[in-house]
Design a protein. Structure first.
Length: 78
């Protein structure tokens, strides 16, 4: 991808209540594509104040993956 991301990156706040509700619902979903659920969990964990390293440890992925997903969310949304 070629992005140079900062070590500390957080998800932007939800644009409105509807967006936040949709993302939190998806984070808790059991019947949705796994990558969508994982991305929503990264976003909500960031909203809850967790660092990229902590989120990565919880979800079993690399911190750079978390930073890339949060960066993408900040630019394009869900």
């Amino acid at each position: 991808m070629g992005w140079v991301l900062p070590k500390v990156l957080v998800a932007r706040p939800a644009r409105d209540v509807v967006e936040e509700r949709k993302i939190r619902k998806l984070a808790g979903a059991r019947h949705a594509p796994g990558d969508w659920i994982r991305r929503a969990r990264m976003i909500t964990a960031s909203w809850d104040g967790k660092s990229a390293a902590h989120i990565a440890q919880e979800l079993g992925c690399h911190p750079q993956t978390v930073r890339e997903r949060l960066h993408r969310f900040n630019i394009h949304g869900l």
